[in-house]
Design a protein around this ligand. Structure first.
Ligand SMILES: [Zn+2]
Length: 302
């Protein structure tokens, strides 16, 4: 049995176990308990941790969110479990980033056979850099995402519209504060050149005036050739790039050898979060900016 098959089997075991427990709880239930409070919530599935967090911020107590892609794996290589499939079959709303990130979504939606499922792609119609899906890493874009989540939740749960709109307004104020703090943190950083392992930070870089001089691995599944690596090393030397941004969801060995050749520093920035101390999007972005500023040399700050 492969690991993938094992995970699938595990998913079914968990699912059947839940069905069994649910039946048992149904027999014993008296009055209104926490189970019913939970059952009356709007079931939502979200593809990646930053979007699951966004749905929780906007939906508050009215929603229950199932995350599809676990925080520790790359969303570019993901296969849903049977348990997650079951969540999609019961959900009222599926929140996707779109822009090609959720390559698995069409199959999952078809297999779930859920006529009550509304599917939204938050990046739909927004300005895009080629086929790069990482729009969520720009907090200004997240403000638009927030409005779109509030609107979608209001459509599947009209009774909650006023709450969703109020929560969205409060969350956008938090994003505005985040945006202001990022600008302030980077204002004192004269060195703005970076190389990244993965093209995750293009939208962030555009918003905050960083220069991504090169991307080591533009396609997640395809490692660069020795000639491509040599060209990046030459470019980094010519441009004086001292920082390579890597992420824990991808193996860093090529970035490590480039860093050794060039004397550049590896900086881990997390595009997914979902784990302490980066469990929310805002915590994740603050953590990332702090790591970046440290690496780029905030030595100028008092
Ligand atoms: Zn990515």
């Amino acid at each position: 049995m492969t690991r993938r098959q094992f995970i699938r089997l595990l998913g079914w075991v968990v699912f059947l176990g839940m069905v069994g427990l649910g039946t048992l709880a149904g027999c014993q239930r008296t009055g209104v308990g926490p189970n019913e409070a939970e059952a009356s919530r709007v079931p939502v599935v979200a593809s990646i941790a930053p979007l699951a967090d966004l749905v929780r911020q906007v939906g508050g107590e009215r929603v229950t969110v199932t995350l599809m892609v676990p925080p520790n794996i790359s969303p570019h290589h993901y296969e849903p479990t049977a348990q997650q499939m079951e969540a999609v079959s019961r959900a009222k709303l599926m929140v996707l980033n779109g822009a090609g990130l959720e390559f698995w979504a069409p199959d999952v939606i078809r297999a779930a056979q859920n006529p009550n499922l509304k599917v939204i792609e938050l990046a739909e119609g927004l300005p895009r850099k080629g086929d790069n899906p990482h729009l969520w890493l720009n907090p200004v874009v997240m403000m638009t995402y927030t409005d779109r989540v509030a609107q979608a939740l209001s459509e599947v749960d009209p009774a909650g519209k006023a709450i969703y709109e109020a929560n969205a307004a409060a969350y956008k104020a938090d994003l505005q504060a985040l945006d202001k703090d990022i600008r302030a943190a980077l204002a004192g950083v004269p060195d703005r050149k970076v190389v990244t392992l993965h093209p995750a930070w293009e939208y962030f870089a555009d918003e905050y005036g960083l220069e991504v001089v090169a991307v080591i691995q533009p396609t997640p599944a395809k490692e660069p050739s020795p000639a491509e690596v040599a060209a990046i090393i030459d470019l980094m030397r010519a441009e004086g790039v001292r920082v390579i941004i890597v992420e824990s969801q991808m193996p860093p060995h090529i970035a490590q050898s480039i860093a050794q050749e060039t004397g550049a520093q590896l900086v881990y920035m997390d595009p997914i979060g979902g784990v302490p101390p980066r469990e929310t999007y805002i915590k994740m972005m603050r953590w990332n900016v702090n790591e970046l500023v440290k690496a780029l040399g905030a030595g100028a700050s008092p």
